[in-house]
Design a protein around this ligand. Structure first.
Ligand code: URA
Length: 205
Protein backbone atom coordinates (compact mmCIF):
# COMPACT_ATOMS: atom_id res chain seq x y z
CA UNK A 1 0.00 0.00 0.00
CA UNK A 2 1.39 3.44 -0.87
CA UNK A 3 0.96 6.63 1.16
CA UNK A 4 -1.97 7.76 -0.95
CA UNK A 5 -3.84 4.49 -0.45
CA UNK A 6 -3.22 4.81 3.27
CA UNK A 7 -4.87 8.23 3.35
CA UNK A 8 -7.82 6.84 1.39
CA UNK A 9 -8.11 3.92 3.84
CA UNK A 10 -7.97 6.20 6.85
CA UNK A 11 -10.72 8.38 5.38
CA UNK A 12 -12.81 5.27 4.63
CA UNK A 13 -12.69 4.26 8.29
CA UNK A 14 -12.95 7.76 9.76
CA UNK A 15 -15.42 8.45 12.58
CA UNK A 16 -13.91 11.75 13.76
CA UNK A 17 -17.11 13.69 13.26
CA UNK A 18 -20.84 13.06 12.97
CA UNK A 19 -20.77 13.28 9.16
CA UNK A 20 -19.52 9.68 9.22
CA UNK A 21 -22.93 8.55 10.52
CA UNK A 22 -24.87 9.79 7.51
CA UNK A 23 -22.57 8.89 4.67
CA UNK A 24 -23.06 6.19 2.04
CA UNK A 25 -19.46 6.45 0.90
CA UNK A 26 -16.46 8.57 1.75
CA UNK A 27 -15.23 10.88 -1.03
CA UNK A 28 -11.47 11.20 -0.64
CA UNK A 29 -10.60 12.74 -4.02
CA UNK A 30 -10.01 11.90 -7.65
CA UNK A 31 -7.39 12.47 -10.34
CA UNK A 32 -3.64 12.43 -10.68
CA UNK A 33 -1.60 11.88 -7.53
CA UNK A 34 1.24 13.85 -9.14
CA UNK A 35 -0.90 16.72 -10.45
CA UNK A 36 0.46 20.28 -10.67
CA UNK A 37 -3.03 21.58 -9.99
CA UNK A 38 -5.25 20.66 -7.04
CA UNK A 39 -8.87 21.80 -6.85
CA UNK A 40 -10.46 22.00 -3.41
CA UNK A 41 -14.24 22.26 -3.21
CA UNK A 42 -16.53 22.26 -0.23
CA UNK A 43 -18.22 18.94 0.50
CA UNK A 44 -19.72 15.95 -1.32
CA UNK A 45 -23.36 16.21 -2.39
CA UNK A 46 -25.84 13.44 -3.11
CA UNK A 47 -24.19 12.10 -6.28
CA UNK A 48 -20.72 12.27 -4.79
CA UNK A 49 -21.89 10.38 -1.69
CA UNK A 50 -23.42 7.68 -3.91
CA UNK A 51 -20.38 7.28 -6.19
CA UNK A 52 -17.52 8.03 -3.79
CA UNK A 53 -16.16 10.59 -6.27
CA UNK A 54 -15.94 14.40 -5.99
CA UNK A 55 -17.74 16.77 -8.35
CA UNK A 56 -19.83 14.25 -10.28
CA UNK A 57 -23.19 16.07 -9.97
CA UNK A 58 -24.37 19.34 -11.51
CA UNK A 59 -21.47 21.38 -10.09
CA UNK A 60 -19.15 18.65 -11.34
CA UNK A 61 -20.49 19.07 -14.87
CA UNK A 62 -19.62 22.76 -14.68
CA UNK A 63 -16.12 21.97 -13.40
CA UNK A 64 -15.54 19.31 -16.06
CA UNK A 65 -16.63 21.68 -18.83
CA UNK A 66 -14.43 24.51 -17.51
CA UNK A 67 -11.49 22.10 -17.45
CA UNK A 68 -12.27 20.99 -21.01
CA UNK A 69 -12.38 24.66 -22.02
CA UNK A 70 -8.68 24.94 -21.19
CA UNK A 71 -7.80 21.56 -22.67
CA UNK A 72 -7.70 19.57 -19.43
CA UNK A 73 -9.39 16.39 -18.30
CA UNK A 74 -10.19 15.48 -14.73
CA UNK A 75 -7.37 12.96 -14.82
CA UNK A 76 -4.85 15.80 -15.48
CA UNK A 77 -5.58 17.43 -12.11
CA UNK A 78 -6.46 16.37 -8.57
CA UNK A 79 -9.91 17.20 -7.21
CA UNK A 80 -10.97 17.00 -3.58
CA UNK A 81 -13.09 18.73 -0.95
CA UNK A 82 -12.71 20.32 2.45
CA UNK A 83 -14.73 17.49 4.00
CA UNK A 84 -14.82 13.94 2.71
CA UNK A 85 -18.37 13.01 3.81
CA UNK A 86 -21.68 14.53 2.76
CA UNK A 87 -23.38 16.94 5.17
CA UNK A 88 -27.12 16.19 5.48
CA UNK A 89 -29.27 18.03 2.96
CA UNK A 90 -26.13 19.63 1.54
CA UNK A 91 -25.89 22.06 4.43
CA UNK A 92 -22.64 23.98 4.92
CA UNK A 93 -19.94 22.04 6.76
CA UNK A 94 -19.54 23.07 10.41
CA UNK A 95 -16.26 24.37 11.75
CA UNK A 96 -15.74 21.21 13.85
CA UNK A 97 -16.24 19.09 10.73
CA UNK A 98 -13.79 21.18 8.72
CA UNK A 99 -11.31 20.91 11.56
CA UNK A 100 -11.78 17.13 11.95
CA UNK A 101 -11.20 16.57 8.24
CA UNK A 102 -8.30 18.98 7.80
CA UNK A 103 -5.70 16.33 8.67
CA UNK A 104 -6.66 14.39 5.55
CA UNK A 105 -6.60 17.42 3.29
CA UNK A 106 -3.26 18.54 4.71
CA UNK A 107 -1.86 15.05 4.08
CA UNK A 108 -3.17 15.10 0.50
CA UNK A 109 -1.59 18.51 -0.15
CA UNK A 110 1.71 17.36 1.30
CA UNK A 111 1.75 14.14 -0.70
CA UNK A 112 0.51 15.41 -4.06
CA UNK A 113 2.55 18.62 -3.67
CA UNK A 114 0.71 20.63 -6.33
CA UNK A 115 2.23 23.76 -7.87
CA UNK A 116 -1.08 25.59 -7.64
CA UNK A 117 -4.05 25.00 -5.34
CA UNK A 118 -7.33 26.29 -6.76
CA UNK A 119 -9.83 27.01 -4.02
CA UNK A 120 -13.43 26.70 -5.20
CA UNK A 121 -15.73 28.86 -3.11
CA UNK A 122 -15.46 30.45 0.29
CA UNK A 123 -14.85 27.41 2.49
CA UNK A 124 -11.64 26.31 0.83
CA UNK A 125 -10.47 29.92 0.37
CA UNK A 126 -11.14 30.37 4.10
CA UNK A 127 -8.82 27.50 4.96
CA UNK A 128 -5.88 29.53 3.66
CA UNK A 129 -7.16 33.09 4.04
CA UNK A 130 -9.85 33.23 6.74
CA UNK A 131 -12.30 36.10 6.64
CA UNK A 132 -11.40 37.38 3.16
CA UNK A 133 -14.04 38.13 0.56
CA UNK A 134 -14.09 35.66 -2.33
CA UNK A 135 -15.81 38.11 -4.66
CA UNK A 136 -13.05 40.65 -4.08
CA UNK A 137 -10.13 38.21 -4.13
CA UNK A 138 -11.08 35.67 -6.78
CA UNK A 139 -8.67 35.44 -9.66
CA UNK A 140 -5.76 36.81 -7.62
CA UNK A 141 -3.08 34.21 -6.91
CA UNK A 142 -1.52 34.39 -3.47
CA UNK A 143 1.38 32.74 -1.75
CA UNK A 144 0.64 30.66 1.37
CA UNK A 145 2.98 28.33 3.19
CA UNK A 146 5.27 27.98 0.18
CA UNK A 147 2.41 27.28 -2.21
CA UNK A 148 0.39 29.27 -4.69
CA UNK A 149 -3.30 29.57 -3.85
CA UNK A 150 -5.60 30.65 -6.67
CA UNK A 151 -9.11 31.49 -5.43
CA UNK A 152 -12.11 31.05 -7.70
CA UNK A 153 -15.87 31.06 -7.32
CA UNK A 154 -17.45 27.70 -6.64
CA UNK A 155 -18.82 26.15 -9.88
CA UNK A 156 -22.20 25.64 -8.16
CA UNK A 157 -22.44 29.41 -7.69
CA UNK A 158 -22.75 29.81 -11.46
CA UNK A 159 -25.78 27.50 -11.45
CA UNK A 160 -27.60 29.82 -9.06
CA UNK A 161 -26.12 32.98 -10.51
CA UNK A 162 -25.13 32.58 -14.20
CA UNK A 163 -23.70 36.11 -14.27
CA UNK A 164 -20.68 34.71 -12.35
CA UNK A 165 -19.75 32.32 -15.15
CA UNK A 166 -17.62 34.77 -17.22
CA UNK A 167 -15.46 35.51 -14.16
CA UNK A 168 -14.98 31.80 -13.54
CA UNK A 169 -14.14 31.19 -17.21
CA UNK A 170 -11.65 34.04 -17.10
CA UNK A 171 -9.97 32.62 -13.99
CA UNK A 172 -9.73 29.22 -15.69
CA UNK A 173 -8.11 30.82 -18.76
CA UNK A 174 -5.40 32.25 -16.49
CA UNK A 175 -4.75 28.96 -14.71
CA UNK A 176 -2.26 27.27 -17.04
CA UNK A 177 -0.19 30.44 -17.54
CA UNK A 178 -0.08 30.76 -13.74
CA UNK A 179 1.18 27.19 -13.36
CA UNK A 180 3.89 27.95 -15.95
CA UNK A 181 4.89 31.07 -14.02
CA UNK A 182 5.12 29.16 -10.75
CA UNK A 183 7.22 26.43 -12.39
CA UNK A 184 9.55 29.12 -13.77
CA UNK A 185 10.08 30.79 -10.36
CA UNK A 186 13.40 30.09 -8.66
CA UNK A 187 12.75 27.79 -5.66
CA UNK A 188 13.44 30.51 -3.08
CA UNK A 189 10.94 32.85 -4.66
CA UNK A 190 8.33 30.12 -4.92
CA UNK A 191 8.28 29.90 -1.12
CA UNK A 192 8.42 33.65 -0.57
CA UNK A 193 5.74 34.80 1.87
CA UNK A 194 5.84 38.43 0.80
CA UNK A 195 2.70 38.92 -1.23
CA UNK A 196 3.94 42.19 -2.68
CA UNK A 197 6.86 40.42 -4.21
CA UNK A 198 4.68 37.63 -5.55
CA UNK A 199 2.28 40.08 -7.12
CA UNK A 200 5.19 41.82 -8.77
CA UNK A 201 6.56 38.55 -10.12
CA UNK A 202 3.22 37.25 -11.27
CA UNK A 203 2.82 40.34 -13.39
CA UNK A 204 0.11 39.05 -15.68
CA UNK A 205 -2.31 38.93 -12.78
N1 URA B 1 -19.47 18.39 -5.32
C1 URA B 1 -18.32 18.28 -4.63
O1 URA B 1 -17.66 17.25 -4.65
N2 URA B 1 -17.89 19.34 -3.94
C2 URA B 1 -18.55 20.48 -3.90
O2 URA B 1 -18.06 21.41 -3.27
C3 URA B 1 -19.77 20.57 -4.62
C4 URA B 1 -20.20 19.50 -5.31
Amino acid sequence: MNDYDEIVQQIAGCTRCALSEGRSRTVPGDGSQTADIMFIGEAPGYNEDQQGLPFVGAAGNVLTSLLAGIGLQRSDVYITNMVKCRPNNNRDPLSGELEACSTYLDAQIELIDPKVIVTLGRFSFGKFFPGRSISRERGKPRSWGGRMIYPMYHPAATLHNPSLRPALENDFRNLLPLVEEVIALPPDDAVDEDEGKQEQQLSMF
